[in-house]
Design a protein around this ligand. Structure first.
Ligand SMILES: [Zn+2]
Length: 109
């Protein structure tokens, strides 16, 4: 946990948030500034700043993130129509919150 990290505060309950999925490794909630009809954030409960900070020990977390994305796409009804999953890395890559997270966007007509 990082004291001043927005996502750590969401994960530890300091900021009330509706979780669409929550387990020991991953939480999922909606982006407050959605860029698509469905816009979810898939966030590891472990504070990792960005892709640049990943270590070999984090491999299982990455696997869980992608598998959770797949499951959430199904739950949100965008599996068949299609969706995007992406990760922004550092400021130049569009990362705004410096706690690793994956975007899942879809649901366009
Ligand atoms: Zn954090």
């Amino acid at each position: 946990m990082e004291k001043d990290c927005l996502f750590c505060k969401i994960i530890n309950g300091e900021i009330p948030t509706e979780f669409l999925h929550k387990d020991d490794t991953i939480v999922v909630f909606r982006d407050i500034y959605p860029q698509a009809p469905v816009h979810l954030l898939i966030v590891p409960t472990t504070h990792i700043r960005s892709v640049n900070d990943l270590t070999d020990a984090n491999r299982p977390i990455l696997s869980e993130m992608m598998m959770t994305a797949k499951e959430m796409a199904k739950k949100e009804g965008v599996s068949a129509s299609g969706y995007r999953v992406f990760v922004n890395v550092e400021k130049g890559g569009g990362q705004v919150i410096f706690h690793l997270h994956m975007h899942l966007v879809g649901g366009w007509k």
